[in-house]
Design a protein around this ligand. Sequence first.
Ligand code: SF4
Length: 281
Amino acid sequence: MITVRRPRFSPTRLEMYLTCPRAYHCYYDRGLRWGRLTPAHALGGSLHRALQHFHNAGGPRNQDVNALLAAYRASWVGASYATAADAAAHFAAGEAALRAYYEAARLKERETLWTERTLQYRYPEFVLFGKIDRLDRLPTGELEVVDYKSGRLAVSEEEVRTSLPLAVYQLLAARTYPSCPVRVAIYCLRTGESASVLRSPQELEAVEAGVCRTALTVLEDDEKEPTPGPACAACPFTRLCPEGRRYLADHTSAPAPSAAGWDPRPRGAANNGGGLRAADG
Ligand code: SF4
């Protein structure tokens, strides 16, 4: 019997399509990739791995701050920093963030159920999936999906509510744990600031309807026409896209962004692990 694999959609894929179908085509259909590991991505990855190790080992209940910092040192990736001084400054910033994280985690009455896990939900035409940083059980009995941000200093409830990836994470958790209300939160690692949102079942259904509508549109769209706009300024595919270059020429006095760093090899052929590559497929 032949099994047909259903297409898979992550929030990153959906967001890229909504931003520009042509960029989606370049990245996902043609498999083009670009970029190098940036300091921000390298630091974020080191922090994520340290926190994953820390929580897997029991978190603040049976780990002290030194154990967390040891996990950070073991997770540190020194590549991508321009100089040793730059690497040291990023390392120190990460260490300060983790010390503050530990103090906040120690005082919070919540249970971390797991970290760094991919959830998925199967719809008839596709599979929706997303990688979640952390899932907690709150004293109220609610669950909370926590998304770490290593670059941000502050966040509002509105920003959480309007984020497509966070809405998808919340939807996936709600479908996986249907007996519990599920909140979703952003946690800014550098400041400890956070904001959390609870959606009603009706609001989650609206999110689900929007996600399904977008995924089905992608599946039916054979043309993937470009939609030039402000996103062109940061798009790595301008060299392949006359419409985007025209938009930039009409809307900016500066020359179109250079293609430096762009790597037209199919995904998997290049040997670095970061840059602007989609986070979860
Ligand atoms: S340059 Fe603009 S229009 Fe062209 S693919 Fe990129 S985002 Fe889309």
